[in-house]
Design a protein around this ligand. Sequence first.
Ligand SMILES: [Zn+2]
Length: 452
Amino acid sequence: MQAFVSKRAVTPDGIRPAAILVDGERIQAVVSPDEISPESHEIHDFGEAAILPGLVDSHVHINEPGRAEWEGFETATRAAAAGGCTMLVDMPLNCLPPTSSVLALEAKRQAARGKCHVDWGAWGGVVHDNQQDIEALARSGVRGFKCFLVDAGIDGFTMVTEAQLRSALPHVARTGLPLLVHAELPAPIHLAIEKLADADWNSYSTYLRSRPDAAELAAIRLMLALCREFGFRLHLVHLATAQALPELQSARSEGLPVTVETCPHYLHLHSETIANGDTVKKCAPPIRGHENREALWQGLREGIIDMVVTDHSPCPPAMKRLAEGNFQTAWGGIASLSVALPLMWTEASARGFSLLDLTNWMSAAPARLAGCQARKGKIAAGYDADFAVFDPDSDFIVSEERLHYRHPVSPYLGETFRGIVQATYLRGNCVFHGGVFPSTPQGREFANEAKS
Ligand SMILES: [Zn+2]
């Protein structure tokens, strides 16, 4: 039996000295370090480094099959392993075909075979015309569904109107799975863009004005009303506007089944410091102002925002239009799988949060969303032996070599982050250690319990 020992194991009961006993792929028990011995255990002693439950990232764009030149299972799951993440859930829109039918889901499984360094799952798409595929996708093992209320900006994945949503929602509700919603409505965006006819698209403030808070607020109001009416599990992806927090708070008090995520970039960057032409920081909804950023942190503190996941959304570097610096034509998306944990620790520790807060936001809550909370997201008996070994006291400078995903493009290059992922274990096996990936890909799809 293996024993993973640390003075700072991050368990649901708190951060404490512990020996985590692992039999095969699962945690058998969490005991005091003086209860183990070299005679009966293969001991991995990490000393002062913390052992966290492996992160679960429920918002990742892998692009394979069909757009593997953007990102692929091999590179995305390497970056995940390097970032202390042991389970990710892939978004349905960037691949071809998009994951909006069972046939497309099977194509994705085929594309993933033998390439994954961490475990993964799939979200299914809800698009304008696939209402009849929703329940079949659920039976085939998707973790839930994703839809866009505004143009997704990519060929092959259509947005849904309110009328189309209304015909999809009874199916979604019957599955019991969550519907993840990109919550921006087109009308406020069109209105804003009309006023920007002569604006300078090299300026970040033009882009920011083109995607106003009002677009998010209107979409969130619509979704809360539909959630009340149809009784499905609503999840709002990448909340960027803090103005929605009071309404989300009252939706919670009312008992609506709504969860909310935000992303590392909204909690770290802010619009006042984004230089003209710096399209590497373009994403949608946009990164807003400094005050808004602090209000999002307050939303986490108050538990209105449940989780922090990356929205890892890479593209070929040319699509970022870095040479022209045009915010209108550049691809909107930020890749951060490999550095999300240190970024978050840098910001969270400065605000008095603990590693336990971090694992609640980045492991336990996304595991619940993805329906893998009985096996992932916690260090406890019966759970998968998924660990991130994390030195919270050292720092490093973000460099291209540390990114590990397909194209080393990042808004964080050159920044100093606190905390280093020393090693990552997937179901008891080391999948990342000191910058290298020691094993062949052993990641599996997390589908229905019966299948796994
Ligand atoms: Zn996304």
